[in-house]
Design a protein around this ligand. Structure first.
Ligand code: NAD
Length: 496
């Protein structure tokens, strides 16, 4: 590890400038080292008070046998600094390597992914020249909890986990972001016409938090319509907050729509630290000194704001905008507006030459910190209060290949102990097949058998499963049915 900047400055009068903020820098692979070098040079020339600690993560670490790609000294540095500026890394082909970004996100609790996606007209041509949107994606939950099972010959499942606390934290973050950055509208996208309980919870929490920000316009869109509309009219969106999977997809779509993958920065933020990076990868196809360092530079600007160095962030941003305006472009954004095509190093030199200038056609960046600081997401009482939870039944999932739904129902009824919960429904792939199923329904070997009763106990459920074991019925999973303050905490099943 080494520092490229002198961390502490003293002067002849004996007054001391503040100690430079330590940051961890991982240059990464492929174009990573050269864009990182370019970015640090610009930040340094702009007067950023940062003390980088360099760590190695990525391909070489993976190949040394570390399946996470992150060695201990990198973790130690990130623990110390809480801020990581990271170049793109190359994930080696073949199995056994864990996604470095997912590991970092989970280990550091980086619950929010923030992607500003805007078009840079007229410098970068885009079919959406007025697009200026910030996508805020929940980063930890949803289908990305990584809980997957193959349960039968035919069926595999992935658990979608949406929590009230996780939803409230990301949604509050989105509103705080909008409030402090002067954004006018927050849109939430979900699919709660189908996933009424999971996406429904995200939607409900959105409405609750929105009520605390009456000055911000809000709307909720079903993700399929929302995404289609976004692609058609991105300029009508401002801040968008989404659960993990939808956010993953939309943020990549939006980044492409700006016109250049080389111009997007990405921020992952959480209680355990903050990670700033470009949205693009290590671009192994590019020759040396060709890559556009702008994505990582914009991430670096966000990093400076994160550590409270707003005037320096504005200086860098304005010099970068002036460079674009002057027609100094890397090859990926070269167009008829280009006066000079430059490589990575020369682009950085051009930005440094323009430090102190403000752009003429682009809006200049504000040097002031937002007057209202961001109130880090806190949880409301709703997220910690407890509801009255009552056990009313159990869904028993069976691996069954020995006949029809009618025959299965007969076996289950014969096996279920009297006095306990009784069979009320069987579904296959969520479609009701008993009672009164449709013979045309495609059935797999995976049956959900719902048992309900009054004042059901765990002992009754254990007795039910015991009787199935004795009857040779292969139950592969159970889900208990609860009501919360009298509301069913389970889906009712199609056809019911
Ligand atoms: P990529 O983003 O590296 O490249 C896609 C295309 O964009 C290529 O044509 C490339 O030349 C171009 N490009 C990317 N960055 C550019 C820049 N700064 N300037 C000019 N052109 C640029 O995506 P890929 O080729 O699919 O992935 C390459 C490697 O990067 C893979 O190993 C992948 O796993 C990794 N990756 C890492 C990250 C990350 O570290 N956050 C993100 C995405 C991909």
């Amino acid at each position: 590890m080494s520092s490229v900047l002198d961390p502490i400055f003293g002067n002849a009068t004996g007054t001391r400038k503040p100690v430079a903020t330590p940051i961890t820098v991982a240059p990464g692979d492929g174009i990573g080292p050269e864009i990182t070098e370019a970015v640090l040079r610009i930040l340094q020339a702009a007067g950023a008070s940062i003390a980088p600690e360099f760590v190695e993560v990525g391909e070489r670490v993976y190949r040394s046998g570390n399946t996470s790609g992150i060695p201990e000294d990198a973790w130690a540095s990130i623990d110390r600094t809480g801020v990581l500026l990271k170049g793109p890394i190359t994930t080696p082909q073949g199995g056994g390597y864990k996604s470095l970004n997912v590991t970092m996100r989970k280990t550091l609790g980086l619950y929010a992914n923030v992607r500003p996606c805007r078009s840079w007209k007229p410098v970068v041509s885009s079919r959406h020249p007025d697009m200026d949107v910030v996508i805020i994606r929940e980063n930890e939950e949803d289908l990305y909890a990584g809980i997957e099972h193959r349960q039968t010959e035919d069926v595999a499942q992935c658990l979608k986990l949406i929590t009230r606390k996780g939803s409230e934290r990301i949604i509050r973050y989105a509103f705080e972001y909008a409030r402090t950055q002067g954004r006018q509208r927050v849109t939430c996208m979900v699919k709660d016409n189908i996933m009424k309980i999971t996406d429904g919870l995200f939607h409900r929490v959105f409405e609750e938090v929105a009520a605390e920000y009456p000055q911000i316009e809000t709307n909720v869109q079903i993700i399929d319509f929302g995404m289609a509309n976004f692609v058609h009219r991105p300029e009508s969106y401002d801040v968008i907050v989404l659960p993990n999977l939808y956010g993953d997809i939309l943020s990549d779509v939006a980044a492409q729509m700006t016109g250049s993958v080389g111009m997007g920065g990405s921020i992952n933020i959480g209680n355990g630290g903050a990670l700033f990076e470009a949205i693009h990868g290590s671009a192994p196809d590019l020759p040396r000194d060709v890559a556009n360092p702008s994505g990582l530079l914009l991430a670096g600007v966000e990093m400076l704001r994160h550590i409270g160095q707003h005037p320096v962030a504005a200086r860098v941003m304005n010099a970068w905008l002036a460079t674009l305006e002057d027609g100094i472009h890397t090859v990926d954004i070269a167009s008829e507006q280009t006066e000079k095509r430059v490589g990575t190093r020369e682009f950085a030199d051009a930005v440094i030459e323009r430090l102190g200038r403000v752009p003429e056609s682009f809006t200049a960046a504000e040097a002031e910190a937002p007057s209202e600081p961001m109130r880090l997401p806190h949880l409301s009482e709703r997220s910690v209060e407890s509801a009255t939870k009552v056990l009313v039944g159990v869904d028993v999932f069976l691996d069954w290949r020995d006949g029809s739904a009618e025959e299965l129902a007969a076996r289950l009824k014969a096996a279920a102990p009297a006095g306990g919960p009784q069979l009320v429904m069987i579904t296959n792939r969520g479609v009701k097949v008993w009672p009164q199923g449709n013979p045309k329904t495609l059935c797999t070997d995976h049956w959900r058998c719902r048992f309900q009763g009054n004042a059901v106990t765990h002992q009754q459920i254990v007795a039910l499963l015991s009787s199935f074991a004795e009857a040779g019925l292969d139950f592969i999973k159970t889900e208990h049915l609860y009501t919360f303050d009298g509301q069913a905490g389970y889906s009712l099943g199609q056809g019911q």
